[in-house]
Design a binder for this molecule. Structure first.
Ligand code: UAG
Ligand code: ATP
Length: 508
């Protein structure tokens, strides 16, 4: 892989050619200096770093810190009046740009020498099912690659990132451009061929994936979500951001069962090829005959080239939709069908539809990540069909200071479909947990009085499990295997819901 470094002058030209430069100062003696690192975080700066200043939360102190640590030039939308000099006495260079997010994507692509072009890239967007589909792809690809004795595929998701060098819990669904291109670079360096990733609406809106072409782009579904002062200001903005994916993929895989399918299909024409999937015989990848038997969900798929029964051993009937997406993506990548079958049969996704039972007990406890209107409705409908005649207990909460409509939506849905409800902490942040719980309770009460507010999440889970009889499914939603709770402005380490469940079911 090419590992070429570029000089400050070359970075300047790159931005200049794109019409991004508003003003610049690069002293003559600095023009030929090679940039050896690129970052937007002062904590990571080392010698000869090109430092990107971005964001409403940026402070000039970070720039001062960066210069002390070895930054030789900063890129910013704002000019900072600093009297800082580099340790060797030369002046600090700067390039002021008119669009820092676009500039960041360009710089990242250039610094990492377009590593992504050596990968087969799969980009998945949608309101729900992105992580699951990305992991389904990883299972399928890894089956295929194992047979060829090649390295496992890479993944960039809201759960974990793996690129052959880094294996970490992720903090964003789609990382900022500089981190994203670093993952591409690491993957190529590790001889990895395929990378599956989630592409969030925020990523598309803020150009985190700008300039990258996906071999396959997948659109799963769209529902009202992420509409708030800090995310999208309207559904239209959210929807349009998601549709931008089609302008940067070679093949578009589209769920024809999604809401607004007509508009999605129209936008998908921006891609050279479209493959549709869904539970509708008009779909190119058509799924039907869905049957749950024991722990296995079977379904049949018809495409142009095969009719075949597939199996999922992961719970959640809605996962058939995600599996159809993965089948559509895999066929467009010419992955032989036996590997698709084997991958899907094995697939598990951390913190999504994890089913636990205690020794000598018949109660099912499911840890899942449902936390918005679409996933709550889907989860309840699916659970009712999958576990007919069982009562449903749910443990859930809502986050502080964002997505306020969830308190009403989730409260009403839970109230309508559950037999017992425990309302608890879920990333309350700067709002008191009890206030959020009481607000949710007002909406639960429209349908049932069978609820309790237990702000301590562990205690809520303990109560839900110990009070459940053998004829109950206990749903513990919203956090999956996350090990942090947002309290105040900080993320505090906590045990995951899975750990609590194992503790109170007395399993290892
Ligand atoms: C903290 C925060 O609210 N950040 C949001 C804000 O970013 P920002 O650039 O203005 O602010 P910032 O991230 O705090 O940046 C401050 C800068 O100072 C730097 N810094 C900070 C400390 C220090 O010591 N030194 C230093 O250099 C930081 O590295 C950073 O570059 O404004 C950006 C554009 O509006 C947002 O993308 C970004 O969202 C953060 C990253 C975030 O968590 N966003 C969520 C909503 C998000 O993106 N979610 C999607 C999933 C949702 C979906 O499906 O759409 C995702 O992809 O994860
Ligand atoms: N295709 C689907 N349609 C509706 N709900 C789904 C679908 N797939 C998964 N879900 C529900 O949404 C939850 C989150 O799934 P997943 O993590 O795969 O989605 P995501 O798009 O990555 O979500 P987020 O943006 O919240 O990280 C699951 O735990 C499940 O309850």
């Amino acid at each position: 892989m090419e590992n070429r470094l570029h000089s400050l002058e070359e970075y300047y030209s790159l931005l200049e050619q794109d019409g991004l430069v508003a003003e610049a100062q690069i002293p003559l003696e600095n023009k030929d200096r090679n940039v050896t690192f690129l970052t937007f975080n002062s904590k990571e700066v080392r010698k000869e770093t090109l430092f990107v200043c971005k964001g409403n939360h940026f402070s000039p102190e970070y720039l001062k810190d960066a210069v002390k640590k070895g930054a030789i030039c900063y890129i910013s939308q704002e000019k900072y009046e600093l009297d800082e000099f580099l340790p060797d006495g030369s002046g600090l260079s700067y390039i002021i740009v008119n669009d820092i997010r676009r500039a960041m994507a360009k710089l990242a692509n250039y610094y990492y020498n377009e590593a992504w072009k050596s990968l087969k890239l799969i980009g998945i967007t949608g309101t729900k099912g992105k992580s699951t589909t990305a992991y389904f792809m990883k299972f399928i690809l890894d089956e295929y690659l194992k047979d060829q004795k090649k390295p496992k595929s890479a993944i960039v998701s809201g759960i974990d990132n793996y690129d052959g060098v880094i294996n970490e819990e992720s903090h964003l669904t789609t990382p900022e451009a500089i981190e994203l291109h670093m993952h591409f670079h690491n993957a190529v360096k590790s001889d990895i061929e395929y990378l599956s990733m989630e592409v969030s609406s925020q990523a598309l809106k803020y150009d985190r994936t700008l300039g990258v072409t996906f071999d396959v782009g997948c659109f799963l579904n769209v529902g009202e979500d992420h509409i708030s002062d800090i995310e999208h200001n309207s559904f239209e903005d959210y929807f349009q951001s998601k549709l931008r994916l089609f302008s940067q993929c070679k093949v578009a895989c589209v769920n024809i069962d999604t809401d607004h399918a007509d508009r999605v299909l129209e936008a998908a024409k921006a891609a050279p090829q479209i493959i549709t999937f869904g539970l509708n015989e008009k779909a190119d990848v058509y799924g039907y005959d869905i049957v749950k038997s024991g722990k296995t969900i079977s379904f049949t798929v018809r495409t142009d080239s095969f009719v075949k029964e597939f199996k999922l051993t992961m719970a959640g009937l809605f996962n058939v939709q995600n599996a159809l997406a993965a089948i559509a993506i895999s066929t467009s990548l010419s992955i032989p069908v036996q590997y698709i079958y084997a991958g899907l049969k094995k697939a598990r996704v951390s913190g999504r539809m994890e089913v636990y039972t205690g020794k000598g007990s018949k109660v099912y406890v499911i840890v899942d990540y449902a936390h918005n209107k679409m996933s709550f409705e889907t989860l309840f409908q699916s659970t009712k069909k999958e576990y007919p005649n069982r009562k449903i207990t749910i443990v859930f909460g809502c986050p502080g200071k964002k997505a306020f409509s969830r308190r009403r939506e989730l409260g009403e849905i839970a109230g309508k479909y559950s037999d017992q409800i425990y309302i608890t902490e879920e990333d309350a942040g700067e709002e008191p947990v009890i206030n959020i719980c009481e607000e949710i309770a007002q909406h639960v009460e429209k349908h049932t009085k069978k609820y309790a507010i237990i702000p301590d999440r562990e205690e809520a889970i303990r109560e839900a499990i110990t009070n459940a009889d053998d004829n109950t499914v206990v749903l513990i939603t919203g956090k999956g295997r996350e090990t942090r709770q947002k309290r105040g402005t900080l993320y505090i380490d906590t045990p995951s819901d899975v750990e609590y469940v194992k503790k109170y079911l007395k399993i290892n």
